[in-house]
Design a protein around this ligand. Structure first.
Ligand SMILES: [Zn+2]
Length: 425
C-alpha cells in the first residue's frame, strides 16, 4: 500500500521527515586522540551483538530490499489489472450518470482506492503482519493489526480521495501546466498533514499522555530549555502494543510541535540512553528539520510530477486506445498515473533516503553535543539493530538507509568521545 499511496503517505508522514549524510569513516581513525582508539571502540560495540543476532537482523533488513522491488512490481501488476481488463473503464461507466465531473471523479477515485487496497492486501498482510511475527518484531494480534489497518484505510479513503480529486480539478482548470499545480496541492496537504498529524492522526493508533513528573522529565525539559526549545511537556505513547522497538519523535510544526517518546524506550533504556535519544530528537527541532524537509519534498515533488507528466503523455500517445485513456484529464488514466508515481518513487529511493538520512546524521551530531552520552548513544544503536542491519556496505547504506547505519552512528559517538575524553563523564 505504501508504494501505491505514495502521495498520500507524503502528506501523512512528512511530520516525521528527517534527513542525513553518510559518515565517512576513512580518515577519522587517523585522528584518534590520546589512548582512545575510535575504531577499536566501534568494533567493541559491534561485537556486543552475537553472530546469531546479526544474522537475524541482516536477513530481516536485506529482505526489505527485495520487498521494495516486489511491492513496486506488484503495484504495476495491479495497475495492469485496472487498465487491461477493462476494470478502470467499468468504474468510469458506473459513475458516468452523475451530472458533475468533479463528483464523478471523486466517486471513481474512492472506488479505485478501495479496490487497490483490497488487491494489495495479500502483500500487505505478509509484509506487515506475518513477516514481522516471523522475525519476532511484532506484539500485535491479527485483530489488533487489522484494526490499525482499517484506521489507515479510512485515512487513505478520505485524504486520498480529496487529494486526487483536487489534482484532477487542477488538470481541468490549468491544462498543460497541471503538474505544477498538482505538485502544489500535494505539498499543501503535506504541510497540513505535518500540522495535524501529531495532535489528530497519531492518537488514532496510540494513546498519548504526558510523561509522569519526576527526575527524568525534569532532565529532559532542562535539556530542552538549554537548547532554546519552548517545550512545556514531553509525551509518552504505548508503542509496546505494536512492537518492542524503541523510538521517539519530534513531530508537527508551529503550535503542534511536540516531543514524544515511546514506552519501550522507558522500559528498555537507562536515563542516560533516554537522554541520548531525546538529544537527537531535539536536534530535529533546533535545526528546523520539518521545514527543511517540507522544502526538499516540495522540490522533489515538482520534479516527480514533471517526469510523470512526460511519461504519461508518451504512453498515452502510443497506447491510449488500447488502455482506454484519452488524455491526462481522463479519470480512467488514474491507475496509470499511480503506476508512474510508484515506479518514479522506487527509482528515486536512494535520493529520498539520502535526504532523510542527512537530517538524521545532523540530529545524531546535535544529540551527542546536547546529551554528552556517547556510550549510551552506542547502546541505543545496538538496540536499533534489532530491525536495521548494523554494518552495511557503503553503497548499500546510500541506497537503502533512511537513517545512518549502526556502525556509522557508533563510530560518530566514539569519535565524539575521543575528542571529549577530558570533559565528558
Ligand atoms: Zn531522527
Amino acid at each position: 500500500m505504501k508504494r501505491i499511496c505514495f502521495l498520500i503517505l507524503v502528506a501523512c508522514t512528512i511530520a516525521t521527515l528527517n534527513v542525513h549524510a553518510q559518515v565517512s569513516i576513512s580518515d577519522t581513525a587517523k585522528t584518534t586522540t590520546q589512548a582512545f582508539d575510535v575504531n577499536a571502540a566501534t568494533e567493541h560495540w559491534l561485537n556486543t551483538l552475537t553472530p546469531a543476532q546479526r544474522a537475524k537482523s541482516d536477513a530481516y533488513f536485506e529482505g526489505g530490499y527485495w520487498l521494495l522491488l516486489w511491492s513496486t512490481l506488484y503495484a504495476i501488476l495491479i495497475g495492469g489489472i485496472f487498465l487491461l481488463t477493462g476494470l478502470s473503464r467499468g468504474i468510469k461507466n458506473l459513475v458516468s450518470g452523475i451530472s458533475y465531473t468533479f463528483l464523478q471523479n471523486l466517486i471513481y477515485i474512492f472506488i479505485y482506492l478501495l479496490l487497490a487496497y483490497i488487491f494489495l492486501f495479500p502483500l500487505n498482510v505478509y509484509q506487515d503482519f506475518f513477516r514481522e511475527h516471523q522475525y519476532a518484531l511484532s506484539n500485535m494480534t491479527f485483530t489488533a493489526w487489522l484494526k490499525d489497518q482499517m484506521i489507515g484505510l479510512g485515512l487513505l479513503l478520505v485524504f486520498g480521495s480529496l487529494i486526487f480529486t483536487l489534482v484532477y480539478w487542477a488538470i481541468s482548470k490549468t491544462g498543460k501546466s497541471w503538474w505544477l499545480w498538482g505538485a502544489g496541492i500535494v505539498i499543501a496537504f503535506a504541510a497540513f498533514g505535518a500540522f495535524i498529524a501529531p495532535v489528530y492522526l497519531s492518537p488514532l493508533f496510540n494513546d498519548y499522555k504526558p510523561l509522569a513528573e519526576g527526575k527524568l522529565k525534569s532532565e529532559i525539559l532542562s535539556m530542552a530549555r538549554a537548547n532554546s526549545i519552548p517545550a512545556k511537556n514531553v509525551y509518552q505513547f504505548d508503542a509496546s502494543k505494536q512492537s518492542d522497538r524503541v523510538s521517539a519523535n519530534v513531530s508537527g510544526f508551529a503550535s503542534t510541535t511536540r516531543i514524544s517518546l515511546n514506552d519501550n524506550l522507558l522500559k528498555r533504556c537507562t536515563p542516560a540512553e533516554i537522554k541520548a535519544v531525546m538529544g537527537h530528537e531535539m536536534g530535529h527541532y533546533v535545526m528546523n528539520h520539518v521545514y527543511k524537509g517540507l522544502f526538499e519534498t516540495a522540490v522533489f515533488l515538482v520534479i516527480l510530477f514533471a517526469l510523470v507528466n512526460i511519461f504519461f503523455q508518451i504512453i498515452v500517445n502510443r497506447y491510449g486506445n488500447r488502455l482506454g485513456i484519452t488524455g491526462i484529464a481522463d479519470i480512467r488514466g488514474l491507475p496509470l498515473l499511480v503506476v508512474l508515481f510508484t515506479v518514479a518513487s522506487f527509482i528515486f529511493t536512494p535520493l529520498t533516503n539520502t535526504m532523510v538520512r542527512t537530517q538524521e546524521t545532523e540530529a545524531d551530531m546535535f544529540g551527542l553535543n546536547a546529551a554528552r552520552e556517547p556510550d549510551a548513544e552506542a547502546h541505543v544503536d545496538i538496540l536499533l539493530s534489532e530491525y536495521r542491519k548494523i554494518d552495511p556496505g557503503y553503497w548499500e547504506e546510500i541506497i537503502f538507509y533512511d537513517h545512518p547505519s549502526g556502525r556509522n552512528r557508533m563510530h560518530m559517538a566514539m569519535q565524539w568521545k575521543a575528542e571529549h575524553l577530558n570533559d565528558c563523564k
